[in-house]
Design a binder for this molecule. Structure first.
Ligand code: UGA
Length: 451
């Protein structure tokens, strides 16, 4: 297999679609296979199945190189390479549900593909099992993805590393050639997805994006270790924030002070309501389970998960401390998505916060710039939803800022105050300036910002 000009991507989720679109933008012919007919029909009309910056434009720009199907025979006709990026959602017991992966592999085994690249996040050992399903004539690579939602396409086009686990030398070669434009960043600047300045400068200095070669198991574990470490940073800083509250320190100042140590660094240290989304909660649980199954109790990771769960309720506790009983009070949630830049509500702290407020007898109003449509499907119908944040604030006794959308920072808080019954703002993401809020007459509390 020399230069791969044509390939198939299985799974049109964040990872699959970003990979397909990125490779199509780089000139490869990409077929996208997904079992969801509605999603495929939408994609044929260049409609993105979820909100992701730059995706709508990219689908149009790369449309000549992209095709979509639900039919495996059509998807695998004369392609040698398949990239599998189906979901591995958590089972109720906390392990990864590999049903979709195995279905995809069994279908693949019936078609003449010579290399299967697994991008889905899978427990260590899965790639080995996958080899058995595919049979002796098919090679396999583990190629975990590190993209973030809300930056999925940029992260795919401008990775900080590419990880390939494989057992045969030629497999590394094929993927090195496939990803060469990313490694060398040799493609033209895309005006709607500009190359980050730091990367542009690094490439100008002759650096390349590293392709890390490992065995299959190391690649699988590296993916979980990366997410577990990032989750650990978040739970760690949230605990320091809680200590800061207890002793009268300010977490933002503490982070500034410790982040300058290059061994620590300032990134991924935002205290708040804990991590959500489709990855950290699932992957931390899956890794803890994987360790346990191997006979090892991963105590630190179990604590990370526990801290994260408790952190979600910090604002509810604060609201009760400020307002007294929550029963009969009106609370407005600013933001529902698990983080800004996405409409995704999976494991979003907002869901549990809304539920808890309702359970304590509060009336809940909520708004979000992107996630309202999904919220209508998953939130308790008693939560009143508003597209206009000012309308959502009407007659509220307290405002809980749950997702740090830039819109909420830019809100006219002087005008907002006139809508509220009580000027109480509890900022779960430290998105607002405490002094400015207090100057406007608000009772303001963040996370870990002094007593
Ligand atoms: C995460 C990883 O960052 C990606 O590298 C990885 O590829 C991806 O999971 C995955 O496994 O697919 P993602 O879940 O999209 O990406 O979002 P992040 O931006 O990492 O944020 C995750 C959560 O952590 C969010 O709820 C965010 O609010 C929270 N967070 C993040 C903090 O509370 N503090 C921080 O400093 C950073």
């Amino acid at each position: 297999m020399d230069n791969v000009e044509k390939l198939t991507v299985v799974g049109a989720g964040y990872v699959g679609l970003s990979t397909a679109v990125a490779l199509a933008l780089l000139g490869r012919e990409v077929r996208v296979l997904d079992t969801d007919a509605g999603r495929i029909e939408g994609l044929k009309r260049n409609q993105p199945p979820f909100y992701e910056p730059g995706l709508a434009e990219s689908l149009v720009r790369a449309s000549a190189k992209l095709s979509y199907t639900t039919d495996p025979a059509e998807a695998y006709a004369d392609t040698e390479l398949a990239i599998v990026a189906v979901g591995t959602p958590p089972t109720p017991a906390g392990h990864a549900d590999l049903r979709y992966l195995y279905q995809a592999l069994e279908t693949l085994a019936q078609h003449p593909v010579s290399l299967v690249v697994i991008k889905s996040t899978v427990p260590v050992g899965t790639n080995h099992d996958a080899k058995k399903i595919l049979g002796p004539g098919v090679a396999l690579a583990s190629n975990p993805e590190f993209l973030r939602q809300g930056q999925a396409l940029s992260d795919t086009l401008y990775p900080d590393r590419i990880l390939v686990g494989a057992e045969e030398e030629w497999v590394f070669g094929v993927l090195e050639r496939l990803y060469r434009p990313l490694i060398e960043q040799s493609f033209e600047e895309l005006p709607w997805l500009p190359r980050p300045k730091a990367l542009r400068e690094a490439i100008a200095r002759g650096q390349r994006v590293p392709l890390v070669r490992t065995g299959l198991e190391s690649a699988e574990l590296a993916k979980y270790a990366a997410n577990a470490f990032l989750a650990t940073r978040i739970s760690f800083i949230n605990e320091i924030a809680n200590v800061a509250e207890a002793v009268g320190a300010d977490i933002e100042e503490v982070v500034r002070a410790i982040g300058l140590d290059p061994r620590i660094g300032p990134h991924f240290f935002k205290a708040g309501l804990g991590y959500g989304g489709s990855c950290f909660p699932k992957d931390t649980r899956a890794l803890a389970y994987l360790a346990k199954r191997g006979g090892y109790d991963f105590k630190l990771l179990r604590a990370v998960i526990e801290v994260n769960q408790a952190q979600r309720y910090r604002l509810v506790e604060k609201a009760e401390a400020v307002l007294g009983r929550l029963s009969g009070q009106t609370i407005t949630l600013l933001g529902l998505a698990f983080k800004p830049g996405t409409d995704d509500l999976r494991e979003a702290p907002s869901l549990e916060i809304a539920e808890e407020l309702l359970a304590r007898g509060a009336r809940v109003r909520a708004t979000d710039p992107k996630a309202l449509e999904l919220a209508r499907q998953v939130l308790d119908p008693r939560v009143e939803l508003f597209a206009d944040p000012l309308e959502a604030l009407e007659d509220a006794d307290a405002v809980l800022l749950v997702t740090e959308w830039p819109e909420y920072r830019a809100l006219d808080w002087a005008q907002a105050k006139r809508r509220l019954r009580r000027p109480v703002v509890l900022d779960g993401r430290n998105a607002l300036d405490p002094q400015a809020m207090e100057a406007l007459g608000y009772v303001y509390q963040g996370i870990g910002r002094g007593r």
